[in-house]
Design a protein around this ligand. Structure first.
Ligand SMILES: [Zn+2]
Length: 82
């Protein structure tokens, strides 16, 4: 495996690279499981979870960015077009 390391929120079927720091935000699912995420994968994960929450990580304003991006995404957006 030579794939570049990605943030913990990157879905294995989502081929795109991370955008910014891997701990820009923290996304928490309905069970309270927390995962660090970049802005890109955080938004995609947020859009795919039931009752998710997003908290600031290492980047100021990133949680709001993730929330606003996720509102424009369908669940599991990386499966679009298949
Ligand atoms: Zn990422």
């Amino acid at each position: 495996m030579s794939a570049p390391a990605r943030c913990a929120a990157a879905h294995q079927d989502d081929p795109v690279p991370c955008e910014g720091p891997h701990d820009a935000v923290r996304v928490v699912d309905q069970h309270g499981a927390e995962v660090g995420a970049c802005v890109h994968h955080g938004a995609r994960l947020y859009a795919s979870l039931i009752a998710p929450r997003v908290y600031p990580g290492s980047v100021d304003g990133a949680a709001i960015e993730v929330y606003q991006r996720a509102r424009a995404l369908p669940p599991f957006p990386w499966t679009e077009g298949r």
